[in-house]
Design a protein around this ligand. Structure first.
Ligand code: AQP
Length: 344
C-alpha cells in the first residue's frame, strides 16, 4: 500500500538546545515544510525518562517550541505540539511494548550509554524509550523522519516494530480493508554535512545537552560574544586545513568544524575546503564566528523574545495538540479494532 508522505520528528525539552540539535534536526524540519506535510513534537514524555525538575521542564517545553517557531516552522500550515497533550502516544506505546522484543531493546546503544554502569537504577521508561518513539511516529502513520545520526538505531527499531505489527496482525489488517500493511516503514532522513555534530572540546564525543562543559556546545540562545569565545576556544590540531576531504580523515576536530561551517552555509565540505584549504585555524575560525553569529544570532534573539510570551506559546501547543489528536485518535481506533479490543 502506498502511504501518503508525512514528516514527523521530535525534540526533547531537556534544556541547552544546541547547534547539533539545530543542524541535525530543526534546520531540516524547516526545509521539509516546503515539500511535505509536517508534524513536529516537543517530546516531553521522553524527557522524563531521566529526572526533570517540574518548573524547569515547563520552561524547557516552551523554549523548544520557541526554537521551532524562531527557526521558521509555520504552526498554521503544519503542526507543532507537545507529546503529553495527545494521550494516544502513550496508548500506542503500550501496544508496542507488547510487540517489540526484549532482545531488540537490549541492543540499543543509547540506553547503554545513558544508563551507564548504574543500569539497575535507570528508569523503565529510559529502557522502553524506543517503543514510545515508534509510537510517536506511527500514531500518525508518518513516512519520513528527519533526525541526527544518533537516532538511526531507534528509527530502525521503529521499522522493525511496524513490520512485526503488520505481520502479526496481517489477517486482521487485511480483513478490515487496510491492505497488506497498516503501518508504513518510516524512513530516516539523515543527510548533509552535519548529521553528527561533535563536541567543541573533544572531536570523538557527540555535542550534547548534558555535557558538563558549556564550552563543548554552542547553545541556540548564546549571544555573539559567547559564540565567538566558544569557537575560538574549540579544540583543533596544529596542521593547516587540507584542500581535499581525504585530508580530514583522522582529524576529527577539523572535520567537525568544517562540517558545521558547510551546514550553516548550505554548501558541502568540499566547497568549504576549496575556500579554506591551506589556511590556519585562526583565520578559518574568524570566518566561522561571523557565519555562526549571522545565522544563530537572530534565532536566539527571537527565542528569548518568544519565551517571554508564554500565553502565545501555550496557544500554539494547544492548537497543534488538538489537530494532532484528531489524526492520532483515528489511528488508535483502527489499531484497537485490528488488535481485537472492544471499544465504544
Ligand atoms: N550532536 C548532534 N548532532 C546532530 N544531531 C543531533 N541531535 C542531537 N544531538 C545531535 C539531534 O537532535 C534531535 C533532538 O534530539 P533530542 O532532543 O531527542 O535529544 P538527544 O539526541 O538526546 O540530544 P542530546 O543533546 O544529545 O541530549 P543528551 O545530552 O540528553 O543526550 C534528534 O534528531 C537528534 O538526533
Amino acid at each position: 500500500m502506498a502511504f501518503k508522505p508525512l514528516v514527523f520528528s521530535g525534540v526533547q525539552p531537556t534544556g541547552n538546545l544546541h547547534l547539533g540539535n539545530y543542524l541535525g534536526a530543526i534546520k531540516k524540519f524547516v526545509e521539509l515544510q516546503n515539500s511535505h506535510d509536517c508534524i513536529y513534537c516537543v517530546v516531553d514524555l521522553h524527557a522524563i525518562t531521566v529526572w526533570q525538575d517540574p518548573a524547569e521542564l515547563t520552561r524547557n517545553i516552551r523554549e523548544v517550541t520557541a526554537a521551532f517557531l524562531a527557526c521558521g516552522i509555520d504552526p498554521k500550515k503544519h503542526i507543532i505540539f507537545n507529546q503529553s497533550q495527545v494521550a494516544e502516544h502513550a496508548e500506542l506505546a503500550w501496544i508496542f511494548n507488547c510487540v517489540a522484543r526484549l532482545g531488540w531493546l537490549n541492543r540499543m546503544t543509547q540506553f547503554k550509554e545513558k544508563a551507564g554502569k548504574d543500569r539497575e537504577n535507570a528508569s523503565v521508561g529510559l529502557y522502553a524509550y524506543p517503543n514510545l518513539m515508534a509510537a510517536d511516529i506511527l500514531v500518525y502513520r508518518a513516512t519520513h523522519v528527519p533526525v541526527g545520526e544518533d537516532q538511526k538505531q531507534h528509527l530502525e527499531l521503529s521499522r522493525d516494530i511496524a513490520q512485526k505489527f503488520n505481520s502479526d496482525f496481517k489477517e486482521s489488517i487485511e480483513s478490515r480493508g487496510f491492505g497488506e500493511a497498516f503501518f508504513p516503514l518510516p524512513e530516516p532522513l539523515i543527510q548533509g554535512p552535519a548529521t553528527r555534530v561533535m563536541s567543541l572540546r573533544d572531536g570523538s564525543k557527540k555535542m550534547s545537552k548534558s555535557d558538563a562543559s558549556d564550552y563543548s556546545r554552542i547553545n541556540l540562545t548564546d549571544d555573539s560574544d559567547t559564540i565567538a569565545q566558544k569557537v575560538r576556544k574549540a579544540k583543533t590540531d596544529a596542521e593547516p586545513l587540507p584542500s581535499e576531504q581525504k585530508g580530514l580523515e583522522a582529524r576529527p576536530e577539523a572535520d567537525n568544524l568544517i562540517g558545521i561551517y558547510a551546514a550553516l552555509n548550505d554548501v558541502n565540505k568540499a566547497d568549504v575546503l576549496k575556500e579554506f584549504g591551506g589556511a590556519q585555524f585562526s583565520a578559518f575560525k574568524g570566518s566561522l564566528v561571523d557565519l555562526a553569529v549571522a545565522k544563530l544570532g537572530p534565532i536566539g534573539a527571537e527565542m528569548k523574545r518568544m519565551v517571554g510570551d508564554a500565553a502565545y506559546i501555550d496557544g500554539v501547543l494547544a492548537d497543534g495538540s488538538s489537530r494532532a489528536q484528531i489524526i492520532a485518535a483515528e489511528t488508535m481506533k483502527a489499531v484497537k479494532d485490528i488488535v481485537g479490543f472492544v471499544r465504544r
